[in-house]
Design a binder for this molecule. Structure first.
Ligand SMILES: *Cc1c(COP(=O)(O)O)cnc(C)c1O
Length: 420
């Protein structure tokens, strides 16, 4: 099983690393991956990511490089750019950011100066650390105001966004989240940005695949900047992508190179080209639709077991389970550990107005992109919810968890990983 994508050259040259890779391949096969930000890439994406382009320096952009021998780098980067522009219907795309955080930093470097005011979603309400967390460069170099969800319905409080925008006069308003299960009101944000004279950036790292498939509204028409990772719902290699209106193209490009990065990761850019090509096909839309169907089914099954979900459910690929409903003594950290022992991989997560600390939390974040890639459908979701419920209500009991572990393994054996 599953050794096919690990070359025998590695086995011969470095049995230690080879063995570790084998173990990781088996771990991924044998567990249910419910981390909302993870996915399993296709063999084609994996092959491109592991290709000879890793050997090449290509500082600069297609047609304007600082090194010789870049003709094929130019071809593959131009292809990636064209596909990204088509996929998101955007005027300009830069495919060089090494990660989602760097995709965001490119906007900051292009549009802001240290000390400028930004307005973004509270980290404890689903925001991302690169949007102004105190210890992140974004929090150290900018003045940060944050909006949140309302206590009443746990959806983004647009009245608070407007009030804060009027009060703090941000130069940049940031939308987008790592743990928000509802649809974004891009037009509402655009109106607020316009009236307060702010620029608008949408970080769609989590929902990029849904947007590309037309299953979540696109912020492209209403935002100056749209950033994303390429490895979450988009199912590409681990990396970033910065997009913008045409009038920001020059500034964004020079912010990424030479502003933030040196040589681009051409092997990863090749893999992005492959992933964008996959996302342009009709099957990708079906895949994204199935992610949504599965998330709804998982949410319903969990609620049937008595769990409360933040905001009462989900409109996208993820949900936040509130452990204080039913398991008041169980922290997110404990639940994450027990579930891992049962072969179900999740992450603890703060819920809005959480009384616990970030290393403990009262919530779990669950997402369906990876299990959907393995071909699981709505019919499997009540089974998975049952596994979760048995594990949590056993209080981590060794025997009960072991029983779940063997059933998880059986379920995993019925659903192949890409390339198997
Ligand atoms: C995942 C994520 C990122 C960061 O991605 P990295 O590649 O880990 O730097 C940025 N923004 C949001 C909203 C995310 O969810």
């Amino acid at each position: 099983m599953a050794s096919s994508n690990v070359s025998s050259a590695l086995q011969k040259a470095d049995p230690d690393v080879f063995a570790i890779l084998q173990r990781e391949t088996k771990r991924q096969h044998d567990t249910l991956e419910l981390i909302a930000s993870e996915n399993h890439v296709s063999p084609a994406v994996l092959e491109a990511a592991g290709s000879v382009f890793t050997n090449k320096y290509a500082e600069g952009y297609p047609g304007k490089r600082y090194y010789g021998g870049c003709q094929h780098c130019d071809e593959v980067e131009s292809l990636a750019i064209d596909r990204a522009k088509k996929l998101f219907n955007v005027e300009h795309a830069n495919v060089q950011p090494h990660s989602g955080s760097q995709a965001n930093q490119a906007v900051f470097l292009a549009a802001l100066n240290p000390g400028d005011q930004i307005l973004s979603l509270n980290l404890n309400h689903g925001g991302h650390l690169s949007h102004g967390m105190k210890v992140n460069i974004s929090g150290k170099w900018f003045n940060v105001a944050q909006y949140g969800v309302s206590q009443k319905d746990e959806r983004i409080d647009m009245a608070e966004v407007r009030r804060q925008a009027r009060e703090t006069k941000p130069k940049l308003i940031i939308t987008g989240a790592s743990a928000y299960p509802r649809i974004w009101d891009w037009a509402g944000f655009a109106e607020i940005a316009e009236e307060s004279g702010a620029l608008l950036m949408a970080d769609v790292a989590h929902i990029a695949g849904l947007i590309a498939a037309g299953l979540h509204p696109s912020p492209v028409p209403t935002s100056q900047f749209v950033t994303t990772t390429t490895h979450k719902t988009l199912r590409g290699p681990r990396a970033g992508l910065t997009m913008c209106k045409g009038d920001w193209a020059k500034k964004i490009d020079s912010a990424i190179f030479p502003g933030l990065q040196g040589g681009p990761l051409m092997h990863i850019i090749a893999a992005k080209a492959v992933a964008f090509g996959e996302a342009l096909r009709p099957e990708f839309k079906q895949y994204q639709q199935q992610i949504l169907t599965n998330a709804k089914a998982l949410a319903e099954a969990l609620m049937k077991h008595g769990y409360r979900l933040v905001s009462g459910g989900t409109d996208n690929h993820l949900m936040l389970l509130d452990l204080t409903s039913g398991h008041a003594d169980v922290t997110g950290a404990m639940a994450e550990k027990w579930l891992e022992t049962a072969g179900i991989i999740v992450n603890k997560n703060m819920i809005p107005f959480d009384q616990r600390k970030p290393m403990e939390t009262s919530g779990l974040r669950l997402g369906t992109p990876a299990v959907t890639t393995r071909g699981m459908q709505a019919a499997q979701m009540p089974t998975i919810a049952g596994f979760i419920h048995r594990t949590l209500s056993s209080n981590g009991d060794t025997k009960a968890v072991e029983k779940v572990r063997s059933e998880v393994r059986e379920l995993c054996d019925q659903f192949k990983m890409p390339g198997e």
